[in-house]
Design a binder for this molecule. Sequence first.
Ligand SMILES: NC(=O)c1ccc[n+]([C@@H]2O[C@H](COP(=O)([O-])OP(=O)(O)OC[C@H]3O[C@@H](n4cnc5c(N)ncnc54)[C@H](OP(=O)(O)O)[C@@H]3O)[C@@H](O)[C@H]2O)c1
Length: 273
Amino acid sequence: MTVGFIGTGSMGGTLVESFIQSGRLLPSDILISNRTRAKAEHLADKNPGLGIATSNRELVSQTSCFFLCVKPKEFRAVLDEIKEEVHEDQIVVSITSPVMIRDLEEWLPCKIAKIIPSITQAVQAGNSLFIPGSRLTANDREQLWDLFSAISRPLVIEEHHTRIASDLASCSPAFIANLLEKLADAAVEETQIPIESARSLVTQMAHGLGRLLTEGGFTLESLQQRVAVPGGITREGLDLLDEDVGPVFNRLIRLTHAKYEDDVVKVQQSLDH
Ligand SMILES: NC(=O)c1ccc[n+]([C@@H]2O[C@H](COP(=O)([O-])OP(=O)(O)OC[C@H]3O[C@@H](n4cnc5c(N)ncnc54)[C@H](OP(=O)(O)O)[C@@H]3O)[C@@H](O)[C@H]2O)c1
């Protein structure tokens, strides 16, 4: 099966390389196209054997399953270009949260899935969010599940939970990196520890923390209990975090949801016939 990727920017490129690195797809199994051809050529130079289509229409005509890895505002142009070429048996996967499956099903006669990846898939880790459309058969779902299992842990979610699940799986690598950066910067400010040491300490800690939570038998709760001995320093630190940090995340989630609702409206206006 040849798998296509329309858009080889940050996430399209990450997915292509992750599927190749995982061994699940060979470069010769993949066909790519990108508005700026030089970007596709750069990816093909790094991954010899990768095919480049001369247009999105050509890509669609030569693949049984293809991904739409463009930004929400770029969907209309791509759909206008490919819609006459798409046929019922094809599977189209959108990786974009504010583009609704029902809109894609209205535009295209084929089978649709929304699968939201995360930067963590660059190292074949983290969840991908699996939202099957109404026309996918059990066999299609199995094929997509199998594909994404090579680079992630797929998780089925309801479409109305796309935003919150994306916050946790796709945005949180940036959110948590920001918190770790602030922790390291505060350490430098308060104690003058060299910044390289502070950043190394938090980065290596994060690596170990991830392993403890995924393969070390700890939960978020049991890990805190284990480190925070009664009357100890960590307990006092946790009490401060409980008081000050919790409300920030409520505000963060309200903010991402407000922006998302705005994006959904804009996308729907752009897709109106
Ligand atoms: N980045 C993440 O961590 C992440 C995570 C989950 C989901 N997503 C979703 O993935 C989507 C893409 O995000 P991104 O970060 O990869 O954006 P990006 O880096 O801007 O990539 C978009 C790519 O699409 C190409 N493109 C635009 N219009 C096109 C067209 N008509 N035909 C062919 N290619 C076209 C662009 O080409 P040019 O080279 O000409 O600009 C660009 O390379 C977004 O909807 C985002 O929500 C991203």
